[in-house]
Design a protein around this ligand. Structure first.
Ligand SMILES: N[C@@H](CCC(=O)N[C@@H](CS)C(=O)NCC(=O)O)C(=O)O
Length: 76
């Protein structure tokens, strides 16, 4: 399943959730810590610590909301 690493209230994350919903995709959200030092998982996945980060079911990882939206439009 698609995983979205996010902050619930982050406008960039809301933009990505809106696109996921618009495309009727099933996804799970993972709430990321506000503590930068604890963002090891997204750092490991994407090489940076900002949200949103999307991990697709095939292992593809995309970060930056505009790039994620583009990826979803291109692939779904
Ligand atoms: N250009 C990025 C901006 C992402 C961004 O700034 N996310 C903020 C949350 S709204 C963030 O992760 N801030 C945490 C931090 O800088 O530590 C995008 O469109 O995804």
């Amino acid at each position: 399943m698609i995983k979205l690493y996010q902050f619930e209230t982050c406008p960039f994350c809301i933009k990505v959730r809106k696109k996921l919903d618009e495309l009727n995709l099933n996804y799970e959200t993972v709430e990321v810590s506000r503590d930068r030092a604890k963002r090891t998982k997204i750092k490991e996945l994407s090489g940076q610590i900002k949200v949103p980060v999307l991990e697709d079911s095939d292992g593809t990882v995309v970060y930056d909301s505009s790039r994620i939206v583009e990826y979803l439009e291109d692939n779904y």
